[in-house]
Unconditional design. Sequence first.
Length: 380
Amino acid sequence: MTKLDAITEDTEIEEKRQQMYAALRALDAFGFWTIQGDMEPREPRVREVPHVWRWKDFEEHVMLAGEIVPHELADRRGIILHNPGLDMTKPATTNTQFVAYSVYMPGEVFHPHIHSPAASRMLLKSDGKGYTTVEGEKAYLERGDLITTPSGTWHDHGNEGDVPMVWVDMLDIPVAMLFNAGKFGFDYTENGVAREMQSPTRSQLYSQRHFAVGGVRPRFAEQVIGNDNGSPQLHFKYADTRRALNAVRDEAGDPYDGVIVDYVNIMDGGPIQRTQNFSMQLLRPGEHTLSHRDTSSSVYVVIEGSGSTIINGREYKWEEDDIFCVPTYMWHEHVNASNTEDAVIYCVSDAPAVKKLGLYWEDRKDSQGNVTTIGKAIPA
């Protein structure tokens, strides 16, 4: 066979291949080998990018929204933080999380609703008279307080104070949508009668009095909330969390995350939401953690102080009330910018969902730059 014959034969085969591909497309199918490179990456392919959403850039817009976007127009007045690495067909902050700055003006009441995604709120600003009611527990929030809304729980929000209330919403909506399991309901009733807000059925400070003392709980405490998809403790006071951090601040801590505590379900010791892990970490003055990466994505809120996070070699500076994200499988390390003041950052990650699916592993660098893999090791 001459070289010309080989070229002619290759051309004929290629034409036949293209005809077959067209026929397969008409049958809503395709050859795996045509997309194999996209389906078998050597490392996780991540579309999201590291980013910092700075409160000083958002404050005027958040407050203006409170003035010009009426309750009737916005059943929930949140400004969604969109990751610049994602196109607008996916309005999300990371691949699995949906994060927003939300504002509630004095006197407002936002009606009860229920949904399959899990949600939480981290309070940034109020005079202590803003609240969320979840399954009958009315919780007034102060800065740094966390309140969760487990999947399948009725909840409503309001502000009985004299100043705007601002918090950070975090929901796993992209996870629910991935499985086509997103569902919302808005027709709240009590004893068959429609109501615009829940009647409190849990006594005041129920979460704190029943669950906030580590290692013990009243035997008669309500153990199931909503569809039993999260912790029965809904409200976590920042004063308690800060006390827990201070109690261990003189320990060595985690070399990769500083002095860090997890919010845990008192019933089983696991995460307080099935798809999300919640933690608070203290970076002591001048502290600079070692670098690591894992197959979960994280969103952080700065509660105290200022500093930076170095992600894949680039420094991202942050200060109080800023929000930043560390996408999946990106090297990161945290730095407290002050030599005299603490920095405290709050984190929500999708690690529980990733671990349940058997997809979690972590790479850690020691002080000499040597890498160790923890969890599921995938050969290079």
